[in-house]
Design a protein around this ligand. Structure first.
Ligand SMILES: Cc1cc2nc3c(=O)[nH]c(=O)nc-3n(C[C@H](O)[C@H](O)[C@H](O)COP(=O)(O)O)c2cc1C
Length: 355
């Protein structure tokens, strides 16, 4: 089994490689009757697309999406929705030198060990080109959950944190880092520029908050909303950690500090805090659903790194080609998409059981 499908009721399958003719997704289980056109998807792809500024990879892909099926007269029909993006700016010769070498931090060795075969052009299937299709599928998912408002942003780059006291949602779209703190964005410009010029890279922490999620989405035990969220986020390239709510910090609090005290309010329960990230017992509480996602620094760096060739000889790898100095930046729309896909799936799952 090759596991290219995610979701329980709303299921999406992605296909394609970095340097193949095209990449695509099939979104199955979408309710019928929703208005859907390419224009509903394209803005989210534009937010993720490469080559937009000097802080991301210079690969230039228009990432223009086409809907091939599942929509008739502007509405979803309930049948599989096929989405397609053509690859237009592949430069496979950039990768000819590493055809027989394993790039540390990439999936090269692991794919070869598993399949005995690999498409080395741009990482093949392991390339984050695939994440464009998650963003496209995520745009469809958003139409299923109009009650939820999803906000993703970069909270930290290279260990330098945005200050929550400076949090301004308007600022997120104003700088190239999805940073909610104007002062941090200014610092990050220098940070990323230095890393890029040195051919180095930096890690990042992305936060994502979904407000408007009603209480009751999720399921106990094996389909917990938090475990599905963690799986979805962890499946994104370069993600090495996921926290729900306070995450690891909760382990450093006392029970009193960590309690999300409740009181009666005019529209239902009110909570004094949201350490749990809007989820209890695997089910949403009506508070914002919040997670933090840790992206490792881009593995492709100009500094030579010790490695081995396919036939086991020692060598060094110095990755040329076009790369993001901090993949967490372009990872932010992908995190939002996975949040939308998990929430939409759980809304439909909840409806299936509880009406
Ligand atoms: C949006 C996005 C863009 C990425 N671009 C690059 C890149 O330019 N260079 C690179 O080395 N890794 C990049 N990555 C990460 C690799 O795809 C990933 O590290 C690699 O496939 C190994 O998988 P793993 O880190 O999940 O174990 C990117 C990740 C994301 C989410």
């Amino acid at each position: 089994m090759s596991w290219n499908t995610f979701g329980r009721v709303l299921r999406f399958t992605t296909w394609g490689e970095s340097h193949g003719a095209a990449i695509g997704a099939v979104v199955d289980g979408c309710p019928p009757g929703l208005e859907l056109a390419e224009n509903d998807i394209q803005p989210f792809l534009d937010a993720r697309k490469p080559g937009q500024n000097k802080f991301t990879t210079q690969r230039k892909e228009p990432d223009a999406v086409r809907i091939l099926s599942g929509v008739f007269e502007g509405r979803t029909t309930g049948t599989p929705i096929s989405l397609l993006i053509e690859n237009t700016d592949q430069r496979s010769k950039d990768y000819s030198e590493i055809a027989n070498t394993y790039r540390p931090g990439h999936a090269d060795y692991a794919y070869d060990a598993k399949y005995g075969f690999r498409d080395y052009r741009g990482g093949g299937r392991s390339s984050a080109r695939e994440t464009a299709m998650r963003v496209a599928a995520g745009a469809v998912a958003r139409l299923i959950i109009p009650e939820a408002s999803i906000l993703g942003y970069v909270a930290e780059i290279g260990g330098d944190k945005a200050d929550p006291a400076n949090f301004d949602p308007e600022e997120i779209g104003r700088n190239p880092f999805w940073c909610p703190d104007a002062e941090a964005a200014e610092r990050w410009e220098g940070l990323i520029d230095n890393a890029r010029k040195a051919g180095s890279s930096l890690g990042a922490v992305v936060e994502c908050v979904a407000s408007g999620v009603p209480a009751g989405w999720g399921a106990p035990i094996y389909a917990k909303l938090d475990s599905d969220l963690a799986a979805g986020m962890m499946s994104i390239n370069a993600v090495k950690g996921v926290e729900i709510g306070d995450g690891f910090d909760a382990a450093r609090l006392t029970g009193e500090q960590n309690a999300d005290a409740m009181s009666p309010g005019p529209d239902g329960p009110e909570f004094a805090a949201n350490h749990a990230g809007g989820i209890a017992g695997g089910i949403s509480t009506g508070q914002p659903v919040a997670c933090r996602v840790a992206f490792k620094p881009t593995s492709s760096i100009l500094t030579p790194v010790e490695s081995i060739t396919r036939d086991g000889k020692a060598t060094q790898v110095r990755t040329k080609g076009r790369h993001d100095p901090c993949v967490g930046i372009r990872g932010t729309p992908v995190v939002e998409a996975m949040m939308a896909l998990v929430l939409a799936d759980h809304k439909l799952l909840h409806r299936a059981q509880c009406g």
